[in-house]
Design a protein around this ligand. Structure first.
Ligand SMILES: C[S@@+](CC[C@H](N)C(=O)[O-])C[C@H]1O[C@@H](n2cnc3c(N)ncnc32)[C@H](O)[C@@H]1O
Length: 198
Protein backbone atom coordinates (compact mmCIF):
# COMPACT_ATOMS: atom_id res chain seq x y z
CA UNK A 1 0.00 0.00 0.00
CA UNK A 2 1.23 3.52 -0.78
CA UNK A 3 1.94 6.02 1.97
CA UNK A 4 -1.28 7.41 3.42
CA UNK A 5 -2.08 11.00 2.52
CA UNK A 6 -2.24 13.39 5.47
CA UNK A 7 -5.44 15.14 4.41
CA UNK A 8 -5.52 17.53 7.33
CA UNK A 9 -2.03 18.71 6.42
CA UNK A 10 -3.12 19.23 2.81
CA UNK A 11 -5.93 21.52 4.00
CA UNK A 12 -3.63 23.30 6.45
CA UNK A 13 -1.11 24.02 3.68
CA UNK A 14 -3.79 25.01 1.20
CA UNK A 15 -2.71 22.17 -1.10
CA UNK A 16 -6.22 21.29 -2.27
CA UNK A 17 -6.12 21.17 -6.07
CA UNK A 18 -9.27 19.00 -6.09
CA UNK A 19 -11.36 21.82 -4.64
CA UNK A 20 -12.84 23.74 -7.54
CA UNK A 21 -14.91 26.05 -5.36
CA UNK A 22 -18.21 24.51 -6.44
CA UNK A 23 -20.04 21.21 -6.84
CA UNK A 24 -19.27 18.51 -9.36
CA UNK A 25 -20.67 19.65 -12.74
CA UNK A 26 -21.82 16.06 -13.33
CA UNK A 27 -23.84 16.18 -10.12
CA UNK A 28 -25.34 19.57 -10.95
CA UNK A 29 -26.46 18.27 -14.36
CA UNK A 30 -27.88 15.11 -12.79
CA UNK A 31 -29.87 17.07 -10.23
CA UNK A 32 -31.34 19.28 -12.96
CA UNK A 33 -32.80 16.20 -14.58
CA UNK A 34 -33.42 13.74 -11.72
CA UNK A 35 -34.80 13.88 -8.19
CA UNK A 36 -32.56 12.75 -5.32
CA UNK A 37 -34.61 12.58 -2.14
CA UNK A 38 -34.23 10.94 1.25
CA UNK A 39 -30.97 10.65 3.18
CA UNK A 40 -27.69 10.99 1.32
CA UNK A 41 -24.16 10.37 2.62
CA UNK A 42 -21.22 12.09 0.94
CA UNK A 43 -17.98 10.38 2.05
CA UNK A 44 -14.85 12.50 1.70
CA UNK A 45 -16.99 15.60 1.29
CA UNK A 46 -14.15 18.11 1.64
CA UNK A 47 -15.58 21.61 1.95
CA UNK A 48 -19.05 20.28 1.16
CA UNK A 49 -19.86 21.81 -2.23
CA UNK A 50 -21.65 18.64 -3.33
CA UNK A 51 -23.37 18.33 0.03
CA UNK A 52 -24.94 21.75 -0.40
CA UNK A 53 -25.92 21.08 -4.04
CA UNK A 54 -27.77 17.95 -2.92
CA UNK A 55 -29.36 19.73 0.05
CA UNK A 56 -30.50 22.57 -2.18
CA UNK A 57 -32.16 19.97 -4.41
CA UNK A 58 -34.20 18.73 -1.45
CA UNK A 59 -32.24 15.85 0.08
CA UNK A 60 -31.21 15.41 3.69
CA UNK A 61 -27.46 15.20 3.35
CA UNK A 62 -24.58 14.33 5.62
CA UNK A 63 -21.04 15.13 4.54
CA UNK A 64 -18.38 12.98 6.16
CA UNK A 65 -14.70 13.80 6.18
CA UNK A 66 -11.65 12.62 8.07
CA UNK A 67 -9.96 16.04 8.02
CA UNK A 68 -11.06 18.34 10.88
CA UNK A 69 -10.24 21.48 8.90
CA UNK A 70 -12.43 20.40 5.97
CA UNK A 71 -15.36 19.76 8.30
CA UNK A 72 -14.80 23.03 10.13
CA UNK A 73 -14.75 24.97 6.85
CA UNK A 74 -17.79 23.12 5.49
CA UNK A 75 -19.72 23.94 8.67
CA UNK A 76 -18.80 27.60 8.27
CA UNK A 77 -20.63 27.78 4.91
CA UNK A 78 -24.12 29.17 4.71
CA UNK A 79 -26.80 26.53 5.35
CA UNK A 80 -28.91 25.95 2.24
CA UNK A 81 -31.22 23.13 3.35
CA UNK A 82 -31.04 19.89 5.29
CA UNK A 83 -27.29 19.43 5.36
CA UNK A 84 -24.95 18.43 8.17
CA UNK A 85 -21.30 17.46 8.46
CA UNK A 86 -19.49 14.88 10.51
CA UNK A 87 -15.86 14.34 11.28
CA UNK A 88 -15.17 10.65 10.75
CA UNK A 89 -13.42 7.88 8.91
CA UNK A 90 -15.45 6.18 6.19
CA UNK A 91 -13.56 2.97 6.92
CA UNK A 92 -14.86 2.93 10.49
CA UNK A 93 -18.60 3.47 10.07
CA UNK A 94 -20.25 4.63 13.28
CA UNK A 95 -23.25 2.67 14.55
CA UNK A 96 -25.83 5.37 13.92
CA UNK A 97 -24.84 5.59 10.24
CA UNK A 98 -25.35 1.89 9.52
CA UNK A 99 -28.25 1.21 7.19
CA UNK A 100 -29.22 4.88 7.48
CA UNK A 101 -28.95 6.21 3.91
CA UNK A 102 -30.99 5.98 0.73
CA UNK A 103 -28.05 7.19 -1.32
CA UNK A 104 -24.31 7.52 -1.24
CA UNK A 105 -22.88 10.23 -3.48
CA UNK A 106 -19.32 9.49 -4.62
CA UNK A 107 -17.03 12.18 -5.98
CA UNK A 108 -13.22 12.11 -5.62
CA UNK A 109 -13.25 9.97 -2.49
CA UNK A 110 -12.86 6.64 -4.32
CA UNK A 111 -9.94 8.00 -6.37
CA UNK A 112 -8.39 9.62 -3.27
CA UNK A 113 -8.02 6.49 -1.19
CA UNK A 114 -5.30 3.94 -1.76
CA UNK A 115 -6.47 1.40 -4.39
CA UNK A 116 -5.74 -1.38 -1.88
CA UNK A 117 -8.58 -0.01 0.25
CA UNK A 118 -11.20 -0.14 -2.48
CA UNK A 119 -12.79 -3.38 -1.22
CA UNK A 120 -13.10 -1.68 2.19
CA UNK A 121 -14.72 1.31 0.47
CA UNK A 122 -17.32 -0.99 -1.11
CA UNK A 123 -17.92 -2.63 2.30
CA UNK A 124 -18.50 0.78 3.91
CA UNK A 125 -20.94 1.81 1.17
CA UNK A 126 -22.86 -1.41 1.85
CA UNK A 127 -22.83 -0.73 5.59
CA UNK A 128 -24.35 2.74 5.34
CA UNK A 129 -26.96 2.04 2.67
CA UNK A 130 -30.50 0.94 3.35
CA UNK A 131 -31.65 -2.29 1.74
CA UNK A 132 -32.78 -0.67 -1.52
CA UNK A 133 -30.15 2.06 -1.42
CA UNK A 134 -28.22 3.46 -4.36
CA UNK A 135 -24.68 4.59 -5.00
CA UNK A 136 -24.52 7.48 -7.43
CA UNK A 137 -21.12 8.75 -8.36
CA UNK A 138 -18.72 10.33 -10.72
CA UNK A 139 -15.65 8.14 -11.00
CA UNK A 140 -12.43 9.77 -12.12
CA UNK A 141 -11.22 6.98 -14.40
CA UNK A 142 -8.27 8.73 -15.99
CA UNK A 143 -6.51 11.41 -13.92
CA UNK A 144 -3.18 10.80 -15.63
CA UNK A 145 -0.93 13.03 -17.69
CA UNK A 146 2.79 13.25 -18.42
CA UNK A 147 3.66 14.31 -14.88
CA UNK A 148 1.15 12.17 -13.05
CA UNK A 149 1.50 8.52 -13.97
CA UNK A 150 -0.32 5.41 -12.66
CA UNK A 151 0.99 4.20 -9.31
CA UNK A 152 1.61 7.72 -8.05
CA UNK A 153 -1.46 9.22 -6.52
CA UNK A 154 -3.88 10.37 -5.33
CA UNK A 155 -5.81 10.67 -7.51
CA UNK A 156 -5.72 7.03 -8.50
CA UNK A 157 -7.45 6.09 -11.73
CA UNK A 158 -9.46 2.97 -12.39
CA UNK A 159 -11.10 1.08 -15.21
CA UNK A 160 -14.72 0.11 -15.70
CA UNK A 161 -13.61 -3.53 -15.45
CA UNK A 162 -12.19 -2.87 -11.97
CA UNK A 163 -15.39 -1.12 -10.92
CA UNK A 164 -17.53 -3.99 -12.22
CA UNK A 165 -15.37 -6.50 -10.37
CA UNK A 166 -15.44 -4.53 -7.11
CA UNK A 167 -19.13 -3.69 -7.03
CA UNK A 168 -20.61 -6.47 -9.18
CA UNK A 169 -21.38 -8.93 -6.39
CA UNK A 170 -23.47 -6.52 -4.38
CA UNK A 171 -24.67 -3.92 -6.87
CA UNK A 172 -26.44 -3.80 -10.17
CA UNK A 173 -25.15 -1.14 -12.55
CA UNK A 174 -28.41 0.57 -13.49
CA UNK A 175 -26.86 3.35 -15.56
CA UNK A 176 -23.40 4.26 -16.78
CA UNK A 177 -22.57 7.34 -18.84
CA UNK A 178 -19.96 9.98 -19.55
CA UNK A 179 -21.11 13.12 -17.76
CA UNK A 180 -22.21 15.86 -20.11
CA UNK A 181 -20.56 18.43 -17.84
CA UNK A 182 -17.16 18.24 -16.15
CA UNK A 183 -14.55 20.47 -14.57
CA UNK A 184 -12.12 21.87 -17.09
CA UNK A 185 -9.51 19.23 -17.89
CA UNK A 186 -11.66 16.31 -16.73
CA UNK A 187 -13.85 16.13 -19.84
CA UNK A 188 -14.18 12.56 -21.13
CA UNK A 189 -12.06 11.30 -18.22
CA UNK A 190 -14.92 10.60 -15.83
CA UNK A 191 -17.74 8.11 -15.75
CA UNK A 192 -21.00 8.54 -13.91
CA UNK A 193 -22.62 5.46 -12.46
CA UNK A 194 -25.89 4.69 -10.79
CA UNK A 195 -25.59 1.46 -8.82
CA UNK A 196 -28.48 -0.20 -7.02
CA UNK A 197 -27.93 -2.52 -4.09
CA UNK A 198 -28.94 -6.05 -5.06
C1 LIG B 1 -9.60 14.57 -3.15
S1 LIG B 1 -10.45 15.16 -1.75
C2 LIG B 1 -12.07 15.43 -2.43
C3 LIG B 1 -12.96 16.31 -1.58
C4 LIG B 1 -14.32 16.60 -2.21
N1 LIG B 1 -15.01 15.38 -2.57
C5 LIG B 1 -14.16 17.50 -3.41
O1 LIG B 1 -14.29 17.03 -4.55
O2 LIG B 1 -13.86 18.67 -3.20
C6 LIG B 1 -10.65 13.69 -0.80
C7 LIG B 1 -11.34 13.95 0.52
O3 LIG B 1 -11.57 12.71 1.17
C8 LIG B 1 -11.27 12.84 2.54
N2 LIG B 1 -10.96 11.49 3.02
C9 LIG B 1 -9.88 10.73 2.71
N3 LIG B 1 -9.95 9.54 3.32
C10 LIG B 1 -11.10 9.55 4.05
C11 LIG B 1 -11.72 8.61 4.91
N4 LIG B 1 -11.17 7.41 5.16
N5 LIG B 1 -12.90 8.93 5.47
C12 LIG B 1 -13.47 10.15 5.24
N6 LIG B 1 -12.92 11.09 4.44
C13 LIG B 1 -11.75 10.79 3.86
C14 LIG B 1 -10.11 13.83 2.58
O4 LIG B 1 -9.97 14.46 3.82
C15 LIG B 1 -10.52 14.80 1.48
O5 LIG B 1 -11.31 15.84 1.98
Amino acid sequence: MAEETDWEDQYRRGETPWDKGGPSPGLVRYLEENPVRGRVLVPGCGLGHDVRALAQAGAEVMGLDVAPLAVQRARACEVVGGESYRLGNFFAVEDDLRGAFDWVWEHTCFCAIDPGRRPAYVASVLQVLKERGRLLGVFYLDPYDEEHQPGVGPPHGCTMEEIEELFGNDFLIEESWTPGAAYEGREERERMLLLARK
